[in-house]
Design a binder for this molecule. Structure first.
Ligand code: BMA
Length: 326
């Protein structure tokens, strides 16, 4: 596989999450982390679920690779109270640095379906996580049922750009999902317009349903984008895997290449068994040195949720991924 797990044990498990009485004690799971590298510090925004299946987003930081520590408390989200929606869960944060600001996109499970929320980091400078301890709502991307939103790290043609995956299907008893990723654009991050389809799933193969993973990474060859694909044609369980796609730098609706096979799939015990079996869910990606345009030899760190229970870490290089996008 293109990605190499380092280490082969989970990077973070429920046992690493601190107790914060009264509500956050002996939590059930920690998974699907957004990631960003700021001034040499890797910051994850982890999805933590309590035994009441309530969801919080909790920063974990590292200065030196594998050793992560959780900040004293979960992220504080500001601005949702003004929304005319009943919000049950706020989850799967993806982090983007754009024009020197830290933005986060999360999914909101509401009484009217799923929505995407765009946030800006608004925490104090000394919060040990680059201001991500507090997120201020900027906008919802629309009023349609959608998930897996990621903001591009720069404007394209003068406009902010965001990928999303509208929810158009629902397995029996399962969550809503979808088989097509679309491009949205905005002048001001407040109102978003649909720019069209970007890529679809492949019925019958590994990526029948699809959704964005971490935000795209700019290379000379195009936007390199890791996504998740779901094989739904097995009787026992859906299988969540990772793949990559290459999009045109000026018009990301144009696909230039795509991995034929998955590049990471559930194989280890903690990926095939857990709260939701057979899931690797890529959500965070950092690149050594944080270059504006990623060169082939640059090392990549992928942070992914495994079985909706723990967090895994895997590495590769930009060149290996580009070579696989035939
Ligand atoms: C997707 C999302 C993810 C989750 C995955 C596997 O639909 O809800 O948050 O990790 O399913 O359960």
């Amino acid at each position: 596989m293109i990605f190499h797990r380092t280490p082969t044990a989970p990077l973070l498990t429920r046992e690493d999450v601190p107790d914060l009485p009264p509500d956050l004690v002996d939590v059930s799971s920690v998974f699907n982390p957004g990631a960003v590298l700021v001034a040499g510090q890797t910051i994850l925004l982890c999805r933590v679920q309590t035994r009441g299946r309530r969801t919080v987003t909790w920063p974990a930081v590292s200065n030196d690779g594998p050793e992560f520590r959780f900040t004293p408390r979960p992220v504080e989200f500001l601005g949702l109270a003004d929304q005319p929606l009943t919000i049950h869960h706020n989850y799967d944060a993806r982090i983007t640095v754009c024009e020197d600001q830290l933005y986060v996109v999360t999914a909101l499970d509401t009484d009217l379906g799923c929505r995407l929320a765009v946030w800006i980091a608004d925490g104090p400078p000394d919060d040990d996580c680059a201001g991500l301890s507090r997120l201020q709502l900027v906008s919802l991307t629309g009023e349609h049922d959608t998930r897996n939103g990621v903001l591009f790290p720069r404007r394209i043609g003068g406009r902010y750009a965001l990928l999303e995956r509208p929810n158009t299907t629902q397995a029996a008893g399962g969550p809503t999902s979808g088989s097509g990723v679309r491009l949205l654009s905005s002048d001001d991050l407040l109102t978003w317009s649909d720019e069209g389809a970007v890529f679809d799933g492949h019925p019958h193969y590994w990526d029948e349903l699809v959704g964005s993973g971490p935000p795209p990474l700019e290379t000379e060859a195009g936007w390199l984008h890791i996504y998740h694909g779901v094989a739904t044609h097995f009787q026992s369980a859906n299988i969540y895997q990772a793949g990559a796609i290459l999009l045109d730098r000026d018009d990301p609706t144009q696909v230039l290449g795509r991995t034929r096979d998955n590049i990471l799939e559930p194989r280890l015990d903690w990926e095939v068994s857990g709260q939701v079996p057979n899931v690797v869910f890529p959500a965070g990606l950092t690149i050594a040195g944080n270059p504006k345009i990623a060169g082939s030899s640059a090392a990549l760190n992928l942070y992914y949720g495994a079985a909706d229970t723990v967090i895994g870490h895997a590495t590769t290089t930009v060149g290996e991924l580009l070579a696989a996008c035939r």
